[in-house]
Design a protein. Structure first.
Length: 65
């Protein structure tokens, strides 16, 4: 039985490699990629809003001096 263990391990690794070939993405991965893209866009928008408010606040504080 222990003689077949390396063969079984090799076949499992081979199967995983074949399933993860480039160009063959499961539909779940495409949906996840779209969600990540949407979230990234939202983060960029929020960062722009926060940065603009921070700059305006600094400008207002500098104007008080």
């Amino acid at each position: 039985m222990t003689v077949y263990l390396p063969l079984v391990f090799f076949l499992i690794i081979l199967g995983v490699m074949l399933l993860r070939r480039p160009g063959r993405e499961p539909d779940v991965s495409r949906e996840a990629s779209q969600q990540i893209a949407n979230l990234s866009e939202r983060i960029r928008t929020l960062e722009a809003i926060i940065t603009d408010r921070d700059r305006q606040l600094r400008k207002d504080i500098d104007g008080l001096s």
